[in-house]
Write a protein that binds this ligand. Structure first.
Ligand code: PMP
Length: 308
């Protein structure tokens, strides 16, 4: 076990190991494919230069929810995984905004695997890498509704973070690129708005912040929950309801929200300019209060932070 940061370390099955030694056999199938589930969370540097993990326990609880649905065992509790993440960030002497990627996969090689039996052994890994935050910067993306339908709870539940789900996302991202857009927007199998490829979607209409319900073929997004909570506390009316495609064309603002995306304003949707074609006032307001929550500026939300 190496805990000096001369080489980057990765947390693997309870120990810190140098990245170069964190290997999987070439014939391992569970690694980042069928059956593997994961999380994506962030640690932010606060205004005093200290690092904290944002909503770490909620992310690790969602990892356990994903594990439950795909019937994978994991010996590490959500609390243990938050501690492990803090340990990993300390060992790597992290002092800048960081993206954290935990994942759990079926241990063993191809011939030992049976899809029928729940696997006896899984591996749990936590990696991390620097990731700049876009908060408090002017930004905006162009989006198009994709012709691919969002996966559904009837086939591949989008509620959980299974790697396999991202095949659907990838196809939509590729199509968006071919059509000259930055991001796709998915409709679900009922034809109403679901989410982006790696983010939930929110829009502003008549002064209300609107987002599809959690039964609209969306991941149970933690940023979604954060922003609904922050918006309510800030006196903004919020609506969780079904959203029609044409509402995207009539909205004053549309944005994608997620750990990686943070708040990404969509300034064009299907060729329609959204609002005045720039980041709108509600996005700007949420950007500020989200920033103040993740960076520990607003003490009301300090319960969401785990000091590294
Ligand atoms: N939907 C999908 C498909 C995602 O991959 C993500 C990113 N995890 C989100 C929504 C947003 O979730 P969160 O805010 O928890 O990161």
């Amino acid at each position: 076990m190496v805990t000096t940061a001369t080489q980057k370390v990765i947390w693997r099955n309870g120990a810190l190991v140098p990245e170069s030694e964190a290997l999987v056999p070439i014939n391992a199938v569970g690694h980042a494919s069928v059956g593997a589930v994961f999380e994506g969370l962030r640690a932010y540097r606060d205004t005093r230069g200290r690092m904290s993990i944002f909503r770490g326990l909620d992310h690790m609880k969602r990892l356990h929810a994903s594990l439950r649905v795909v019937r994978l065992p994991c010996p590490y509790s959500a609390e243990t995984l938050v501690d492990a993440t803090a340990e990993l960030l300390r060992a790597n002497k992290v002092s800048e905004d960081t993206y954290i990627r935990p994942w759990v996969f079926i241990g063993g090689v191809v011939r030992t695997l049976s899809q029928k039996q729940p696997p006896e052994r899984t591996e749990t890994v936590i990696d991390m890498w620097p990731s700049k935050s876009g908060l408090l910067t002017e930004r905006g993306s162009r989006a198009g509704v994709t012709s691919w339908t969002r996966i559904s709870d009837r086939s591949m539940p989008p509620r959980i973070k299974a790697f396999s789900n991202y095949h659907n996302s990838r196809l939509a991202v590729l199509e968006a690129g071919v059509n000259g857009y930055d991001q796709p927007i998915f409709l679900n199998d009922r034809g109403t708005v679901a989410e982006g490829a790696g983010a939930c979607l929110m829009l502003v209409r008549n002064g209300s912040l609107v987002t599809p319900t959690l039964t609209s073929s969306v991941l149970e997004g933690i940023t979604r929950d954060t922003l609904l909570t922050l918006a309510r506390a800030d006196g903004i009316t919020v609506e969780e309801r079904e959203v029609d495609r044409t509402e995207l064309y009539l909205a004053d603002e549309v944005f994608l929200v997620g750990t990686g995306f943070e708040i990404e304003p969509l300034v064009v949707v299907d060729g329609f300019t959204v609002g005045d074609g720039r980041m709108g006032p509600v996005a700007r307001r949420l950007d500020r209060i989200y920033h103040d929550a993740v960076r520990g500026v607003d003490p009301r939300w300090s319960g969401w932070l785990t000091a590294v």
